[in-house]
Design a protein around this ligand. Sequence first.
Ligand SMILES: *[C@@H]1O[C@H](CO)[C@@H](O)[C@H](O)[C@H]1NC(C)=O
Ligand SMILES: *[C@@H]1O[C@H](CO)[C@@H](O)[C@H](O)[C@H]1NC(C)=O
Ligand SMILES: *[C@@H]1O[C@H](CO)[C@@H](O)[C@H](O)[C@H]1NC(C)=O
Ligand SMILES: *[C@@H]1O[C@H](CO)[C@@H](O)[C@H](O)[C@H]1NC(C)=O
Ligand SMILES: *[C@@H]1O[C@H](CO)[C@@H](O)[C@H](O)[C@H]1NC(C)=O
Ligand SMILES: *[C@@H]1O[C@H](CO)[C@@H](O)[C@H](O)[C@H]1NC(C)=O
Ligand SMILES: *[C@@H]1O[C@H](CO)[C@@H](O)[C@H](O)[C@H]1NC(C)=O
Ligand SMILES: *[C@@H]1O[C@H](CO)[C@@H](O)[C@H](O)[C@H]1NC(C)=O
Ligand SMILES: *[C@@H]1O[C@H](CO)[C@@H](O)[C@H](O)[C@H]1NC(C)=O
Length: 520
Amino acid sequence: MDSARRFACCLLICVSLWSSGVKCYRRPNIVLILTDDLDLTMGGLTPLKKTQRLIGDAGMSFTNAFVASPLCCPSRASILTGKYPHNHRVVNNTLEGNCSSAAWQKSEEPNVFPALLRSAAGYQTFFAGKYLNQYGRSAAGGLQHVPPGWNYWVGLTETLSSLGVSGSGLQRFTSEDISFLSFTFYKSSYQPFFMMVATPAPHHPWTPAPQYQDHYNSTKAPRDPNFDHHGKDKHWLIRQAKTPMANSSVEFLDTAFRKRWQTLLSVDDLVETIVQRLEVRGELDNTYIFFTSDNGYHTGQFSLPMDKRQLYEFDIRVPLMVRGPKIKPNQTSQMLVANVDLGPTFLDIAGYDLNKTQMDGMSFLPILHGQMNSSSWRTDILVEYEGEGSDVSIPSCPLLGPGLWFCYPDCVCEDAFNNTYACVRTVTPSVNLQYCEFDDNEVFVEVYNLTADPFQLNNIAKSIEQEVLEEMNHRLMMLQSCSGATCRTAGVFDPSLHIQIVSLGSHYVDTRSISRRPVT
Ligand SMILES: *[C@@H]1O[C@H](CO)[C@@H](O)[C@H](O)[C@H]1NC(C)=O
Ligand SMILES: *[C@@H]1O[C@H](CO)[C@@H](O)[C@H](O)[C@H]1NC(C)=O
Ligand SMILES: *[C@@H]1O[C@H](CO)[C@@H](O)[C@H](O)[C@H]1NC(C)=O
Ligand SMILES: *[C@@H]1O[C@H](CO)[C@@H](O)[C@H](O)[C@H]1NC(C)=O
Ligand SMILES: *[C@@H]1O[C@H](CO)[C@@H](O)[C@H](O)[C@H]1NC(C)=O
Ligand SMILES: *[C@@H]1O[C@H](CO)[C@@H](O)[C@H](O)[C@H]1NC(C)=O
Ligand SMILES: *[C@@H]1O[C@H](CO)[C@@H](O)[C@H](O)[C@H]1NC(C)=O
Ligand SMILES: *[C@@H]1O[C@H](CO)[C@@H](O)[C@H](O)[C@H]1NC(C)=O
Ligand SMILES: *[C@@H]1O[C@H](CO)[C@@H](O)[C@H](O)[C@H]1NC(C)=O
């Protein structure tokens, strides 16, 4: 392999040792396991016992990991590009919204992190599983389209596309298929590899493996304080939900919850297989393994039966666990990270100069290595969502009129064109806030103090100190127009400026007054 030889020079990390001269190591391998619709707040990690032991306990678990958009295609585009949605322009799950569109393939796909890992950092790259929605559609180039960046490609559609060969004969996507495929490619001993395994689970239709279909048969969705709670101080779409939910909705979501957990048992087996294979090949100690999800999920929160697409914690907060070289076991980090940071972190591991990219996210490798403390880390991230809707009335719910989406099972709608919002999510050791603005007729605002109100029962937009409200509004506008480095500037509560909110009731004391920064 010419390309391999050409890059062999850069794939090694060499250090001078006083005793034994120069010693060289191969760059670490990287594995990303990406689940679909796995929540953190409803106990989504509970069935994943082996995953928690093999990745979380062996490394670091993040308690404040978020997605830039709580929907599959915009979120996956953020992972691949390291950009917020306003910069990668994938706004929903359809071709018209740039999901797998020709425009995406032309302007964004050539610069995704796997392409840089492969072409500039010399990694062998392998993909198996669910890529972007609409992948494989003829309008998206059909199964012949193998996205740039991948040496080995097994993309899931109704059938699998294996290196562009349509209908490879693999109709099912099981743990055995992926792990077998994942490791037959790996031949070169001097090229490190990047492997991405994107499971369809626990996404609908929640088909459990036969051996797990009786598990959790008495489990129900958790009845947390926000379960079937009427969000009367929330945006229009939440206010239209019916509280209490119809019994048919509750039965439907409890069944879904149970089946989701059953399918996660297969994900747990897959993770175990991957770790075992790496160990057998002697690669485990030189491999970073990341486990996360494209968005969270809800079942019954604020009386919405089930879906994602909302600004609340259950939909935007995701699991994130990482093990790998120089990561101490059994660590928990409260630092604020987002899915736009994954690409920069992988490129950092590969030794790629991040200044050469256009990415909005930042490498959290220093956090993993215990070389970053909260006083030097970022304080806020952006969440952007553009509501999906239908131009005509949903046939099963004709009375609702047009503009709505996913109104099941009892004509309670999960989405609408005007469920379009942007939020700034702020986390520091002393502050845990969320500020959101809707692009709807009411220009609705929601603000939550997660320290006092972890279930987001009280929208404090009307009672919060005006100055803080203005500051967060200003910060949101900056982030909504940010690009690259300007997305990474310190935030409203910039700890490096020693701005501390000393709050007694509604009075904030800040000796320097909160800084206003121009967009640069
Ligand atoms: C799709 O992406 C292209 C290229 O970035 C952009 O010009 C276009 O506005 C995007 N479409 C939408 C709906 O955002
Ligand atoms: C639940 O599963 C257990 C064993 O796995 C079985 O004994 C029991 O009958 C099942 N209950 C229901 C309601 O299916
Ligand atoms: C749900 O069913 C229970 C009985 O199982 C009944 O008491 C209750 O009124 C029903 N709730 C609704 C909203 O229909
Ligand atoms: C991590 O913590 C668990 C529970 O305290 C313990 O059983 C395990 O041995 C620890 N693992 C490592 C690698 O230290
Ligand atoms: C990247 O840019 C930053 C800020 O301009 C600079 O401090 C840093 O040295 C640069 N890194 C490399 C590898 O050039
Ligand atoms: C945090 O990191 C900064 C910069 O690396 C350093 O100056 C500071 O002393 C550190 N603070 C703590 C509490 O470790
Ligand atoms: C997706 O976004 C495009 C561009 O904004 C829009 O035309 C289309 O209606 C959206 N699709 C849905 C289902 O909302
Ligand atoms: C949102 O859209 C729906 C459907 O088009 C409409 O009935 C509703 O009044 C809108 N609400 C707001 C706050 O814009
Ligand atoms: C958030 O709640 C905590 C705990 O009640 C309180 O100390 C803090 O001042 C509140 N922050 C804001 C911005 O309201």
